[in-house]
Structures are given as structure tokens and as C-alpha cells.
Design a protein around this ligand. Structure first.
Ligand code: SF4
Ligand code: SF4
Length: 381
């Protein structure tokens, strides 16, 4: 397919499946490192990928509380799965970062300038819920006071290739949270994958000037009205098939009214306080800081590491942890996501991706827990 005119923002283009490698090539030529979905250890993870051959062609995922498994699809869709355990914070807000290191010479420590530059990342395959999660991280880490320079720099340079979901996952509830499955902005290019008989192509929505410049280097043609409609229908179908729902009406107030609900103890009896839910959550951003020295005392380093409100150390103030029980930690996590986050940042801290449900080893389901607390609340009134 030959390009006719330079793409503009809001243009809808068609990129044939066999030309999709051109998108990777165009990004690489501009200095981007491409990260996206790939198969590893029977899971679709996000990692550095080099091209179309690294994508999980022909695979999909089945998810239930505490369960994730892959199965073959009847077609060769490249993005025919929902979500793996890795959220994009893995790349934009890395879980382990050395903040500084110092060397001791002549009895004094000297700070050594870090030489590694943050990479210019192209995120391939960002879903609607995860676009919203990135927006939440922007609000906290890039536009908060103080801003996080590491996140801000990675985010400023990033190129986002969003991909519309082609099926709703069993643990997804983005419709309830108002975060999907449609995408309206926040991407450079948004792709919808369509397979119709032998035809396999992507309808690409150009979301930014950067996206238009990259699209210009990829073989494409203008999409027809029928092709755009087919892409829209696909997204509408996903919305109808959503696996779970969560009633957000008056949710913040309802949770604040129920901080002493007996349900918290019932959850705690199952919760292992493992912190998986916070690690997979695309919006959980908490970190801790560790200082280390080598055995000779000549080197000192400060590391930032991902942390979780499920650890006792997280809330350690002088004399001990203020959230000593799993009950208090689970309650803190859920009420932060669904109530106090609204007071802090103006939105829920949950985008309905369902990862915490799938990857909880005992299958605790945030939508079921909110429903149970709401039922108790209604019964009292
Ligand atoms: S709380 Fe659970 S469903 Fe909500 S964004 Fe985090 S991982 Fe996804
Ligand atoms: S809710 Fe599940 S994933 Fe989260 S800490 Fe408890 S057991 Fe772990």
C-alpha cells in the first residue's frame, strides 16, 4: 500500500497486518526502544520486543479470580488477549532504581554522577484502562508537588501505541469505572485489529502530531467508512461483554460509612497480605528507599524500590506499624483505591483492569467485596 498524503491528527488509516513491522521500524529509526506484549513462561508479559514476530500471535488469555491461563485462538490475532500481570508502570515508574551512589576517598564521600540516560520508550499495546492508569500516574508523579523527575522524563519521551480490546476479560470492569473500552485521547496511535476471512489489518487512529509523523513512515491507506464502523462495532461489543460490574454511585461515602464493617475481618481471614494486588495494579505507585554500603565502606548507594501497603514496614512509625493486621491493610488498600484517592487526586485510584482479581492467589475480588459491603450498608438503612 502506498501512502497518498501525510497523515494528520484524527485521520483513520488502514495498516495491513503484513506492514505492521513498518511501525516497529519507524519507531526504531526515531530512536525508540519498543516494549510490548510477548509470551514468556506461559504468560503474556510486557518486555522489550523487536518486531511483529515477538507478539503473542494466535494466543488469548482466560482469567478468573486467582486464575490465569493461555489458550490458542482460532485465528492469528496479534493482540487477541486482554491483560497480563505487567502494567506499564513497570517501564514508566521502574520498580528498582538507583538514585545515587558515592565513593569514599581520603575519608570523604564523593557523589558519582549517574551516566545512564532514561530510554525513549514506545509502549506497544496499551489498553484503554491502562491509558487511564497512565493518566492517574501523570497526575500524581508528573504533575504532583514535588514531581518525580524519573517518571516525568520517561513519560515525556514516551510514544504510546494503544490497541483496542477485542474481547472483554472475565475480571474486567472498565465500563463501570468509566475508563474503557473506548479510547478518546492520550495516545499517539490507536490500533483496532480486524480479521475478516483472509483480510487481516489494523484501523489506526492518529492521536498526535508525533503519531502522524510516525504513521507517515508506515505503508498505509485511508480507512473507508465501513472499516471505521467495523472497528467501532468491535469496541461496542467488548463493552457489552464486560465480565464484571462495580456500582460507583456514592461509593466513597458508602465506604467511609463502613470502616468498621465486619466484612473487613472476613476478607482478612482469606488475605495472605502478599501484596500481589498492589504489585500488579497499574496505579499503585508507592516506593521505599534503601541505603546500602559495601563491606569495605568505600561505596554507598541509595536505591528506590517498589513498596506495598500490605507490608507491616510500610506503615512503621516510631514504636511499630500503625496497620499491624491484614484487616487494617486490606481496608487501607481498598478504601484508598475507591474513596480517599478521590479526595486526594480527584478520581478513583482504580481503572477496572481486574489484575488484582486475577493475580490474587486466593481469588479475592474487589468488585465482590464492594458489593458485600454495600449490601450490608443497604440492610442497615
Ligand atoms: S485496584 Fe485492581 S482492578 Fe483496580 S486498577 Fe488496581 S489492579 Fe486494576
Ligand atoms: S488481597 Fe490477595 S493479592 Fe492482595 S494482599 Fe491479599 S491475598 Fe495478596
Amino acid at each position: 500500500m502506498a501512502a497518498t498524503k501525510s497523515p494528520q491528527v484524527h485521520d483513520k488509516l488502514v495498516i495491513a497486518r503484513d506492514e505492521l513491522q513498518g511501525l516497529f521500524d519507524a519507531l526504531h529509526q526515531r530512536g525508540y526502544q519498543t516494549v510490548g506484549p510477548t509470551l514468556r513462561d506461559e504468560v503474556i508479559v510486557c518486555d522489550v520486543i523487536h518486531g511483529v514476530d515477538d507478539l503473542p500471535a494466535g494466543w488469548t488469555d482466560e482469567q478468573q479470580p486467582g486464575t490465569y491461563r493461555l489458550r490458542r485462538r482460532p485465528d492469528d490475532a496479534l493482540f487477541g488477549y486482554n491483560l497480563g500481570p505487567h502494567a506499564w508502570k513497570r517501564f514508566l515508574h521502574p520498580p528498582v532504581v538507583r538514585l545515587w551512589h558515592a565513593e569514599r576517598t581520603n575519608g570523604n564521600y564523593r557523589l558519582v554522577q549517574e551516566e545512564e540516560q532514561s530510554p525513549q520508550l514506545a509502549l506497544i499495546g496499551v489498553r484503554a484502562c491502562d491509558l487511564h492508569a497512565i493518566r492517574i500516574l501523570d497526575r500524581v508523579l508528573a504533575h504532583g508537588t514535588p514531581a518525580d523527575p524519573i517518571y516525568s522524563e520517561l513519560r515525556r519521551k514516551a510514544f504510546i501505541v494503544a490497541v483496542n480490546c477485542e474481547q472483554a476479560g472475565e475480571t474486567c470492569f472498565c465500563v463501570s469505572m468509566g475508563t474503557g473500552p473506548e479510547m478518546h485521547d492520550g495516545y499517539d496511535l490507536a490500533l483496532t485489529e480486524l480479521i475478516d476471512g483472509d483480510a487481516h489489518y489494523f484501523v489506526a487512529d492518529v492521536g498526535s502530531a508525533k503519531g502522524a509523523a510516525v504513521a507517515a513512515s508506515v505503508p498505509h491507506r485511508a480507512a473507508t467508512e465501513d472499516e471505521v464502523e467495523a472497528a467501532d462495532c468491535k469496541v461496542a461489543k467488548v463493552a457489552r461483554e464486560m465480565g464484571r460490574t462495580l456500582d460507583t454511585e456514592g461509593l466513597k461515602e458508602m465506604l467511609y460509612r463502613n470502616l468498621e464493617s465486619p466484612r473487613w475481618e472476613e476478607i482478612a481471614a482469606r488475605c495472605l497480605a502478599c501484596g500481589n494486588c498492589t504489585m500488579v495494579c497499574p496505579t499503585c505507585f508507592c516506593t521505599t528507599v534503601q541505603d546500602v554500603t559495601d563491606l569495605t565502606g568505600k561505596q554507598a548507594e541509595r536505591w528506590r524500590k517498589a513498596d506495598s501497603c500490605f507490608s507491616t514496614e510500610f506503615s512503621h512509625i516510631f514504636g511499630g506499624s500503625i496497620r499491624a493486621t491484614p484487616m487494617s491493610r486490606y481496608r487501607q488498600w481498598l478504601t484508598h483505591k475507591m474513596a480517599s484517592w478521590v479526595d486526594q487526586f480527584g478520581t478513583f485510584g482504580c481503572v477496572g483492569c481486574g489484575r488484582c482479581i486475577t493475580w490474587c492467589p486466593v481469588g479475592i475480588d474487589i468488585t465482590e467485596e464492594v458489593k458485600a459491603i454495600r449490601a450490608e450498608d443497604r440492610a442497615r438503612v
